[in-house]
Design a protein around this ligand. Structure first.
Ligand SMILES: *[C@@H]1O[C@H](CO)[C@@H](O)[C@H](O)[C@H]1NC(C)=O
Ligand SMILES: *[C@@H]1O[C@H](CO)[C@@H](O)[C@H](O)[C@H]1NC(C)=O
Ligand SMILES: *[C@@H]1O[C@H](CO)[C@@H](O)[C@H](O)[C@H]1NC(C)=O
Ligand SMILES: *[C@@H]1O[C@H](CO)[C@@H](O)[C@H](O)[C@H]1NC(C)=O
Ligand SMILES: *[C@@H]1O[C@H](CO)[C@@H](O)[C@H](O)[C@H]1NC(C)=O
Ligand SMILES: *[C@@H]1O[C@H](CO)[C@@H](O)[C@H](O)[C@H]1NC(C)=O
Ligand SMILES: *[C@@H]1O[C@H](CO)[C@@H](O)[C@H](O)[C@H]1NC(C)=O
Ligand SMILES: *[C@@H]1O[C@H](CO)[C@@H](O)[C@H](O)[C@H]1NC(C)=O
Length: 640
């Protein structure tokens, strides 16, 4: 709060003075058709946003892919050991060997920091076992603190010596667990000589749209509220990889789970790749999004670059991937897709070559040969695919560009005009953006050595909105925008702030203060920008806006934000829409944060942002009058 009153004092007693009205006359034509992809999402597996997050698998380290027994412990006095003598598959060479135990033996999983156990949910599980055992297995969801059993069932063993067999089961809790401090237990009745191995031990709650191997419903619902038109996936840094060979290779992410090796991801934990290429397609289908498919482009995060002579296999992998997704079932990879159960091809309209290839010394080789090799090969086979370069610093032929901006509030506001002079022809996607640090009093960009804010702050979110209004004013050339990172597991994360935070407990799911702004803007798409003639010295700052119309809805729209008004005063608006008659109804939605510039959401206080919806009527000449408070974001919508 201090900065506000200081500012009021310093501004020559202007505090409380009525600010000059923003007076606009909006024409009905003369604007530009906008990109239909303005608001999208960007995804990569950072902060357990995939494994342990959106991907609904509840068992952590289900297939020992990373060569550890993390998240597992023994029950019944048994002994657990990693075993590689009898691989379940080529992709999953390690299993857990369980020996010993008295009346019972087995193992227990702690989940991704707990398990949400609800009576209303059916849990679907499976595991492989190896070794002779003719009794029954018992699987349960059990309280850590009281040992109370919330759900249990038995599975008749099919386990035999010398071969892996799969068992499936369902768990139906008899009551809700009071908290998530629960474990999953798999046990059996050992004889003194019983030695069993287990692998791919899996448990799913109900998933979004009941997809097998699917997604957590309540997180998908949160994404749906963002009205996303596209998803940029599967990353990010995670596409590139940390070191030679460690890139995201699509072919290892498709097929039965037992054939997916996974890989050490770039964010310090192992990716199971259970959330693989097909699952991305289902996700896009389920939320009605188009995919901006990022393909690895031969730059590793340690600065190593694949040479021109060695790049051809990567280009071929990208072509194979596109054939897998789009090819006729008569093509080799189209046939593979059909064999895996998906005869109907998907449609890929957008491809991005790599990620941030301007970093880590990658730009010279990107400009020199890497981008061109991918672009020419993909365009030759798929002329209709629109291809993005991964940096605003490079474009080639008809490519688009991807621009990332993580900065401070004042800096975002200073970039309001950034796209005004952007040339047509190479549209730009703001593939990642977020306000991550506080203002410093000087106009400074991010200091990567200084801490980032743990949560988005309201002043940062309003500043993002100003930047987005600048993008929307130019949305004939700005193709789309996506906040990043999207998701954060509060028990294990590598980056803040994030858009949606969560734990195993659905009650903890928390959206940041940027989320309601993105949702509001995305739910009011413009089909055309419109010229807004400003009267009486009206100029941008402290108020910013874009005017437009939506032909499908038959509406005029004004999106606006107020950032640091003089003395914190409200800013009056007088907005005349061409041809709007006196008495015409309009709806004004205004977002504010009563907690001030640093208001933010946490799991304990999820509603820092207030939404006020007001019905207005146009006055003489179709003019709509209203005021917006300092640090507010608004959408005005009028039926013409
Ligand atoms: C339409 O686009 C042109 C350049 O592409 C720009 O000069 C003009 O200001 C835009 N009009 C509106 C209303 O945004
Ligand atoms: C439950 O207990 C296991 C050990 O048995 C532990 O690793 C895990 O952290 C506990 N989970 C929670 C949510 O406290
Ligand atoms: C386990 O994961 C870490 C972090 O992702 C990685 O550095 C390590 O190489 C992995 N080990 C194996 C055996 O995959
Ligand atoms: C990606 O994986 C596939 C299948 O394992 C392999 O054939 C291909 O060579 C890999 N790509 C590269 C560029 O190494
Ligand atoms: C865009 O171009 C106009 C006219 O040349 C200039 O006045 C304005 O400062 C430029 N804006 C930006 C953000 O560079
Ligand atoms: C806006 O106000 C904040 C304090 O709330 C201050 O840190 C920042 O520098 C101000 N920025 C501008 C452009 O006035
Ligand atoms: C940003 O400013 C707020 C309010 O003073 C403070 O609580 C927070 O710690 C600051 N963030 C950082 C990263 O310094
Ligand atoms: C311009 O400002 C004057 C004085 O404040 C006011 O009387 C007039 O109505 C304004 N014009 C418009 C178009 O708003």
């Amino acid at each position: 709060m201090a900065p506000l009153s200081l500012r009021a004092l310093s501004l020559l007693g202007l505090a409380g003075a009525a600010a000059a009205a923003v007076t606009l006359s909006v024409a009905k034509s003369g604007g530009n058709a906008t990109s239909p992809y303005m608001y999208g999402i960007m995804f990569e597996d950072i902060s357990h946003s995939g494994d342990g997050g959106l991907y609904a698998e509840l068992i952590q380290n289900r297939a020992f892919q990373n060569g550890t027994l993390d998240a597992w412990s023994a029950v019944g006095g048994a002994t657990l050991a990693l075993d590689t003598s009898t691989p379940l598959s080529q992709a999953l060479p390690r299993s857990v060997k369980v020996t010993g135990g008295q009346h019972t033996a087995g193992l227990k999983n702690s989940g991704f920091w707990g398990f949400d156990v609800k009576k209303s949910k059916k849990y679907t599980g499976s595991f492989y076992s190896y070794g002779e055992y003719s009794g029954r297995f018992t699987v349960s969801l059990v309280s850590n603190t009281t040992s109370e059993i919330f759900a249990t069932t038995t599975v008749k063993s099919k386990s035999v010596a010398g071969r892996w067999t799969q068992h499936t089961f369902e768990l139906r809790p008899t009551k809700d667990a009071p908290d998530i401090s629960n474990s999953f237990v798999l046990e059996y009745k050992p004889t003194p000589h019983t030695e069993l191995k287990f692998n791919l031990i899996s448990l799913f709650p109900p998933t979004y749209k009941n997809r097998a191997n699917g997604m957590r419903p309540e997180l998908m619902e949160k994404l749906k509220e963002l009205n996303p038109t596209y998803i940029r996936c599967p990353g990010g840094n995670n596409v590139e990889g940390n070191y030679a060979g460690n890139y995201w290779n699509w072919s290892a992410t498709v097929g039965p789970l037992k054939d997916r090796p996974g890989r050490p991801g770039t964010w310090g934990y192992y990716n199971t790749d259970g959330l693989g290429l097909v699952e991305y397609m289902h996700w896009a289908e389920d939320l009605g999004m188009d995919v901006v498919l990022a393909v690895p482009a031969g730059l590793y995060l340690d600065g190593e670059v694949v040479s021109e002579a060695d790049l051809a296999p990567f280009v071929q992998d990208a072509l194979n991937e596109l054939e897998f997704l789009m090819g006729d079932v008569s093509t080799p990879y189209g046939a593979l897709r059909a064999k895996l159960g998906y005869p109907k091809p998907w449609k890929i309209k957008f491809v991005e070559i790599g990620n941030e290839d301007n970093l880590w010394g990658g730009l010279d080789s990107y400009k020199g040969y890497r981008f061109r090799m991918f672009y020419d090969a993909i365009k030759a086979k798929y002329p209709d695919i629109f291809i993005f370069s991964s940096t605003a610093e490079y474009m080639y032929k008809q490519s688009g560009r991807d621009y990332h901006e993580y900065t401070r509030p004042d800096y975002f506001v200073s970039q309001f005009g950034m796209f005004d002079n952007w040339t047509a022809g190479n549209p730009i996607m703001i593939g990642e953006f977020a306000s991550i640090q506080n203002n410093t009093g000087k106009l400074e960009d991010t200091d990567w050595n200084a801490p980032k804010n743990p949560w988005s702050t309201w002043i940062g979110s309003v500043a993002e909105a100003v930047f987005l209004l600048g993008a929307e004013r130019n949305s004939d050339r700005v193709w789309g925008v996506s906040f990043a990172p999207l998701l954060q597991n509060l028990n294990s994360y590598q980056w803040t702030p994030d858009l949606i935070s969560f734990t195993a407990d659905p009650a903890d799911t928390t959206v940041s203060v940027s989320y309601p702004i993105l949702s509001l803007f995305a739910k009011h798409p413009l089909t055309h920008t419109l010229p807004a003639t400003a009267a009486n010295g009206t100029s941008f700052g402290p108020a910013y806006w874009v005017a437009g119309r939506n032909d499908a809805a038959g509406t005029y729209l004004l999106k606006a934000a107020v950032y640091n008004s003089t003395g914190g005063a409200e800013v009056p608006f007088r907005v005349g829409f061409d041809g709007l008659s006196r008495g015409a109804p309009a709806t004004l939605t205004v977002l504010t944060a009563p907690g001030g510039p640093f208001a933010h959401n946490t799991p304990a206080n999820k509603n820092a942002v207030k939404t006020a919806v007001t019905q207005l009527r146009a006055g003489e000449g179709g003019v709509l009058e209203f005021s917006l408070p300092d640090l507010s974001v608004a959408v005005l919508e009028a039926k013409w």
